[in-house]
Design a protein around this ligand. Structure first.
Ligand code: ADP
Length: 183
């Protein structure tokens, strides 16, 4: 399952799958403010990447909500992990600002490190309780706006773990980008 859209010269892909298996320059972790590991995608990334990632995380001194920090990818195919902290859902307008910021800061960190291809999970829509139908358009618009501003990133892939999450992103992408490109 793959859907592809264009934002300027960059490609945005939606796939259903496991982010720990991606071969992009970086994968993004939906981390928490401690950066010391957790459940969900965070647990999966640390399990697959091995202890080198956590060792580096310990030196970073945590991360504010809406911000992102980079480490090695350890044993992962991706050479880097960008640890982004999304908001815990509260139902207030600030949620969307912080969620967009987590995506934007992740891409800024990628650019600062010369990385061209980045894979994201659906930040905040698991344990942090952000309804995926609200989160998907925020995530896609934040990434589109960043890419349309001319950032030197060629591919952003959203790796969506379950069919319902994939469908929510697909529906939002249809509204934002129009129909996907032909395979
Ligand atoms: P948060 O605390 O930011 O809500 P979670 O990890 O609880 O983060 O959930 C975020 C999303 O990541 C959810 O849609 C969850 O199903 C998904 N997820 C869990 N494991 C993986 C994985 N290995 N690859 C991609 N997405 C995953």
């Amino acid at each position: 399952m793959l859907k592809r859209y264009r934002a300027g010269t960059a490609i945005i892909e939606l796939v259903q799958g496991d982010i720990t298996e991606q071969d992009t320059d970086a994968i993004v972790n939906a981390a928490n403010r401690t950066l010391l590991g957790g459940g969900g995608v965070d647990g999966a990334i640390h399990r697959a990447g091995g202890p080198a990632i956590l060792e580096e995380c310990r030196k970073l001194g945590g991360c504010e909500t809406g911000d992102a920090k980079i480490t090695t990818g350890g044993a992962l195919k991706a050479r880097h992990v960008i640890h982004a902290v999304g908001p815990v859902y509260s139902g207030r307008p600030r949620d969307a600002e912080l969620l967009a910021s987590a995506y934007r800061r992740s891409l800024e960190v990628a650019v600062e490190n010369g990385l061209k291809t980045v894979a994201f999970p659906s930040i905040s829509t698991g344990a942090y309780g952000y309804p995926v139908r609200e989160a998907a358009p925020v995530a896609l618009s934040a990434v589109r706006d960043f890419l349309l501003a001319g950032a030197p990133v060629s591919l952003v892939r959203f790796v969506l773990f379950d069919p319902a999450t994939f469908r929510a992103y697909e529906e939002a992408a249809g509204r934002i980008f129009g129909p996907p490109e032909e395979p």
